[in-house]
Design a binder for this molecule. Structure first.
Ligand SMILES: *[C@@H]1O[C@H](CO)[C@@H](O)[C@H](O)[C@H]1NC(C)=O
Ligand SMILES: *[C@@H]1O[C@H](CO)[C@@H](O)[C@H](O)[C@H]1NC(C)=O
Length: 160
Protein backbone atom coordinates (compact mmCIF):
# COMPACT_ATOMS: atom_id res chain seq x y z
CA UNK A 1 0.00 0.00 0.00
CA UNK A 2 1.48 3.37 -0.85
CA UNK A 3 1.91 6.06 1.72
CA UNK A 4 -0.69 8.37 0.19
CA UNK A 5 -3.46 5.84 0.66
CA UNK A 6 -2.48 5.44 4.29
CA UNK A 7 -2.22 9.15 4.99
CA UNK A 8 -5.08 10.50 2.87
CA UNK A 9 -7.89 9.31 5.16
CA UNK A 10 -6.21 11.01 8.09
CA UNK A 11 -5.90 14.26 6.17
CA UNK A 12 -9.51 13.95 5.15
CA UNK A 13 -10.64 13.27 8.72
CA UNK A 14 -8.56 16.16 9.97
CA UNK A 15 -10.17 18.59 7.51
CA UNK A 16 -13.58 17.18 8.24
CA UNK A 17 -13.03 17.59 11.94
CA UNK A 18 -11.65 21.13 11.52
CA UNK A 19 -14.74 22.15 9.61
CA UNK A 20 -16.86 21.22 12.60
CA UNK A 21 -14.96 22.98 15.35
CA UNK A 22 -16.81 26.27 14.78
CA UNK A 23 -20.26 27.02 16.22
CA UNK A 24 -23.11 25.35 14.29
CA UNK A 25 -24.36 28.76 13.19
CA UNK A 26 -22.13 31.71 12.21
CA UNK A 27 -21.84 33.59 15.48
CA UNK A 28 -19.37 34.84 18.04
CA UNK A 29 -19.21 35.01 21.83
CA UNK A 30 -16.48 37.16 23.37
CA UNK A 31 -15.64 38.20 26.93
CA UNK A 32 -13.55 41.23 27.74
CA UNK A 33 -12.28 42.90 30.86
CA UNK A 34 -11.65 46.64 30.49
CA UNK A 35 -10.00 48.94 33.03
CA UNK A 36 -12.86 51.37 33.14
CA UNK A 37 -16.23 51.43 34.93
CA UNK A 38 -19.19 49.92 33.09
CA UNK A 39 -21.07 53.17 32.70
CA UNK A 40 -18.28 54.93 30.84
CA UNK A 41 -17.34 51.79 28.86
CA UNK A 42 -20.96 51.41 27.71
CA UNK A 43 -21.19 55.08 26.69
CA UNK A 44 -18.04 54.68 24.58
CA UNK A 45 -19.50 51.69 22.76
CA UNK A 46 -22.85 53.45 22.23
CA UNK A 47 -21.01 56.48 20.82
CA UNK A 48 -18.95 54.28 18.52
CA UNK A 49 -22.13 52.68 17.17
CA UNK A 50 -23.55 56.16 16.53
CA UNK A 51 -20.37 57.27 14.75
CA UNK A 52 -20.51 54.16 12.56
CA UNK A 53 -24.25 54.58 11.82
CA UNK A 54 -23.36 55.54 8.26
CA UNK A 55 -22.60 54.02 4.88
CA UNK A 56 -19.05 55.37 4.70
CA UNK A 57 -17.43 51.93 4.77
CA UNK A 58 -14.13 52.53 2.96
CA UNK A 59 -12.52 49.13 2.36
CA UNK A 60 -13.66 47.65 5.66
CA UNK A 61 -16.81 47.17 7.71
CA UNK A 62 -16.54 50.01 10.25
CA UNK A 63 -19.89 51.37 9.19
CA UNK A 64 -23.59 50.43 8.98
CA UNK A 65 -24.08 49.83 12.70
CA UNK A 66 -27.42 50.64 14.26
CA UNK A 67 -28.36 50.94 17.94
CA UNK A 68 -31.62 49.18 18.77
CA UNK A 69 -31.66 49.42 22.56
CA UNK A 70 -29.51 50.50 25.47
CA UNK A 71 -30.99 50.45 28.97
CA UNK A 72 -27.80 50.83 31.01
CA UNK A 73 -27.08 47.11 31.32
CA UNK A 74 -27.93 45.58 27.95
CA UNK A 75 -27.10 46.95 24.56
CA UNK A 76 -28.70 45.60 21.40
CA UNK A 77 -27.44 46.62 18.01
CA UNK A 78 -27.16 45.43 14.45
CA UNK A 79 -24.52 45.49 11.79
CA UNK A 80 -25.11 45.18 8.06
CA UNK A 81 -22.29 43.90 5.85
CA UNK A 82 -21.45 46.54 3.21
CA UNK A 83 -21.48 44.28 0.15
CA UNK A 84 -23.95 41.45 0.70
CA UNK A 85 -26.13 43.44 3.14
CA UNK A 86 -26.42 40.54 5.59
CA UNK A 87 -27.72 41.65 8.96
CA UNK A 88 -25.94 40.48 12.13
CA UNK A 89 -27.48 41.05 15.56
CA UNK A 90 -25.34 42.09 18.52
CA UNK A 91 -26.04 41.85 22.24
CA UNK A 92 -23.52 43.34 24.65
CA UNK A 93 -23.85 43.16 28.44
CA UNK A 94 -21.90 44.99 31.14
CA UNK A 95 -21.15 43.66 34.60
CA UNK A 96 -19.01 45.52 37.15
CA UNK A 97 -15.75 43.80 38.12
CA UNK A 98 -14.76 45.92 41.13
CA UNK A 99 -13.84 49.26 39.55
CA UNK A 100 -13.45 47.66 36.12
CA UNK A 101 -15.99 46.17 33.74
CA UNK A 102 -16.54 42.64 32.47
CA UNK A 103 -18.22 42.89 29.08
CA UNK A 104 -19.81 40.04 27.15
CA UNK A 105 -20.58 40.28 23.48
CA UNK A 106 -22.63 38.05 21.23
CA UNK A 107 -22.95 38.54 17.50
CA UNK A 108 -25.29 36.31 15.57
CA UNK A 109 -25.80 36.10 11.84
CA UNK A 110 -29.37 36.88 10.82
CA UNK A 111 -29.02 34.45 7.92
CA UNK A 112 -30.22 31.07 9.20
CA UNK A 113 -28.03 28.96 6.88
CA UNK A 114 -24.82 30.91 7.57
CA UNK A 115 -22.00 28.67 8.79
CA UNK A 116 -18.74 30.42 7.84
CA UNK A 117 -18.64 34.22 7.99
CA UNK A 118 -15.01 35.29 7.29
CA UNK A 119 -14.95 36.25 10.99
CA UNK A 120 -17.52 38.99 10.44
CA UNK A 121 -19.32 38.21 13.70
CA UNK A 122 -16.06 38.46 15.62
CA UNK A 123 -15.08 41.71 13.89
CA UNK A 124 -18.56 43.19 14.47
CA UNK A 125 -17.72 43.05 18.18
CA UNK A 126 -13.94 43.50 18.18
CA UNK A 127 -14.07 46.62 15.97
CA UNK A 128 -16.37 48.34 18.50
CA UNK A 129 -13.87 47.67 21.29
CA UNK A 130 -10.84 48.88 19.32
CA UNK A 131 -12.79 51.79 17.75
CA UNK A 132 -13.71 53.08 21.20
CA UNK A 133 -10.12 52.44 22.44
CA UNK A 134 -11.31 50.20 25.29
CA UNK A 135 -8.51 47.82 24.28
CA UNK A 136 -6.06 50.52 25.48
CA UNK A 137 -7.41 50.54 29.06
CA UNK A 138 -5.44 48.87 31.91
CA UNK A 139 -5.98 45.12 32.45
CA UNK A 140 -7.67 44.82 29.07
CA UNK A 141 -8.08 41.27 27.95
CA UNK A 142 -10.18 39.49 25.40
CA UNK A 143 -11.29 35.88 25.66
CA UNK A 144 -12.81 33.79 22.88
CA UNK A 145 -12.01 30.72 20.78
CA UNK A 146 -12.88 29.13 17.44
CA UNK A 147 -15.39 26.84 19.17
CA UNK A 148 -17.47 29.81 20.36
CA UNK A 149 -16.55 32.35 17.68
CA UNK A 150 -16.67 31.47 13.99
CA UNK A 151 -13.24 31.76 12.28
CA UNK A 152 -11.84 33.83 15.15
CA UNK A 153 -8.23 32.65 14.70
CA UNK A 154 -8.05 33.78 11.06
CA UNK A 155 -9.80 37.13 11.56
CA UNK A 156 -8.75 40.19 9.59
CA UNK A 157 -10.86 42.96 11.12
CA UNK A 158 -9.45 45.68 8.89
CA UNK A 159 -11.27 43.96 6.06
CA UNK A 160 -14.30 42.22 7.63
C1 LIG B 1 -11.63 41.29 36.86
O1 LIG B 1 -10.52 42.14 36.97
C2 LIG B 1 -9.30 41.49 37.32
C3 LIG B 1 -8.24 42.58 37.50
O2 LIG B 1 -8.06 43.32 36.30
C4 LIG B 1 -8.95 40.48 36.22
O3 LIG B 1 -7.75 39.79 36.56
C5 LIG B 1 -10.09 39.49 36.06
O4 LIG B 1 -9.80 38.60 34.99
C6 LIG B 1 -11.37 40.24 35.77
N1 LIG B 1 -12.52 39.32 35.69
C7 LIG B 1 -13.19 39.11 34.55
C8 LIG B 1 -14.39 38.21 34.66
O5 LIG B 1 -12.88 39.60 33.48
C1 LIG C 1 -28.76 53.63 11.72
O1 LIG C 1 -29.42 53.03 12.85
C2 LIG C 1 -30.78 52.69 12.64
C3 LIG C 1 -31.32 52.14 13.96
O2 LIG C 1 -30.80 50.86 14.27
C4 LIG C 1 -30.90 51.68 11.50
O3 LIG C 1 -32.25 51.39 11.25
C5 LIG C 1 -30.24 52.27 10.26
O4 LIG C 1 -30.26 51.29 9.23
C6 LIG C 1 -28.80 52.66 10.56
N1 LIG C 1 -28.19 53.28 9.38
C7 LIG C 1 -27.12 52.75 8.77
C8 LIG C 1 -26.62 53.50 7.59
O5 LIG C 1 -26.58 51.72 9.13
Amino acid sequence: MNLYIVIAPFIFLHCFHSAFTFPRHASCNVEWNVGENCKSAAIKIVNQIRIWNNTDCGTGEKCRYGLDLFDGAILKARHVTPHAHYVDFLIITFEPNNTECAIRGLSNSGVWYAYLDQSTNYCNLHNLITGSHLDKTPHYHEKTSDSTCTQYSTANCEKY
